[in-house]
Write a protein that binds this ligand. Structure first.
Ligand SMILES: [Zn+2]
Length: 310
């Protein structure tokens, strides 16, 4: 009998250890950073949130792990971006557990007309739709949609969540209005900037009547770039007379450095500035709890710097 009690004791210790070593579960799980930040601003400390794509990682090439699938199953709310970006989601109906609300973020906004009408090509419109969260007018709708799902999970704190969502929306709208006033002033309306990355910020640019010339339309590693593409782009930058070239936050600026070095040979100086597409954030920014709002402010500051001195 004593032996049996002892074995039961060992068994219960082992069970406790195994439950401790299992991955923690979270109330809300997201693929990418924008929805991670939106949900976090709404719930504060009242719920736990986890972003499965690690900070600093490239979102377009991410493949979920089997551990990610378990984490999603245990969540109350799972928010992915779209099947165009989260390409590992082949069949959304198979994702999550029986109690998981699965939210496809791309289905929760209606494009708002751009006040400064511009002729966008079909390619540009398609790229804008893929990176829909970069337009603050869409971000506001996404926050409104996310708070509705959060209220379903935890109705007891409804007022708190709605107030947080409203406060965040008001801050984003205020900054967005400031950007609108600046970029659509007679001095800057229709300005063009050059971006040595993929066409991730088209919808942000379109909102404020700006033009962004990207190095390539769709995401692809620098290695796939042809030298003629690079030469054409370098000449465009020089012909435009700008001394600022924007680069992505997380990709190594190999192409941008090549362009910079090439132009330096002609005595033409180029300064590289980051433009945030909010797809993901660096480990440092993630640990510093950077917000979508703060990154939008950084974009505004960098764009102002480039335009004011062009
Ligand atoms: Zn992208």
């Amino acid at each position: 009998m004593k032996k049996m009690i002892f074995s039961l004791f060992i068994l219960s210790i082992l069970l406790m250890m195994s439950s401790c070593s299992a991955a923690p579960s979270y109330d809300i799980v997201t693929t990418m950073y924008p929805q991670y930040d939106f949900a976090k601003q709404i719930v504060g400390d009242k719920m736990t949130i986890h972003q499965i794509i690690p900070p600093g990682a490239e979102v377009h090439e991410y493949e979920a792990t089997s551990q990610d699938m378990v984490t999603i199953k245990e969540a109350k709310l799972f928010i992915y971006t779209s099947t165009s970006i989260d390409t590992w989601i082949k069949d959304p109906s198979t994702i999550g557990g029986t109690n998981t609300i699965v939210m496809n973020l791309s289905k929760h906004y209606t494009p708002v007309d751009y006040p400064y009408a511009m002729n966008l090509s079909a390619d540009e419109i398609a790229a804008n739709a893929i990176h829909f969260w970069t337009d603050p007018a869409n971000a506001v709708q996404l926050i409104q949609a996310i708070v509705e799902q959060i209220v379903l999970i935890d109705p007891a704190n409804e007022l708190y969540y709605r107030q947080n969502a409203l406060d965040y929306i008001n801050q984003i709208n205020a900054l967005s209005q400031e950007m609108m006033d600046y970029f659509t002033s007679p001095t800057y309306l229709g300005s063009t900037i050059y971006f040595a990355g993929h066409n991730a910020l088209g919808s942000l640019a379109s909102r404020y009547g700006l033009f962004i010339v990207p190095l390539f339309e769709e995401f692809k590693p620098d290695a796939d770039l042809t030298s003629s593409e690079l030469i054409t782009f370098t000449n465009e930058v020089k012909d435009a007379g700008t001394h600022y070239l924007f680069i992505e936050d997380l990709a190594l600026p190999k192409a941008a450095n090549t362009i910079k070095d090439q132009l330096a040979l002609d005595g033409y100086n180029l300064t590289l500035l980051k433009l945030y597409a909010f797809e993901n954030v660096s480990t440092t920014d993630f640990e510093g709890h950077v917000t979508y709002l703060e990154l939008l402010q950084r974009d505004f500051d960098q764009l102002k710097l480039a335009l004011a001195t062009t």
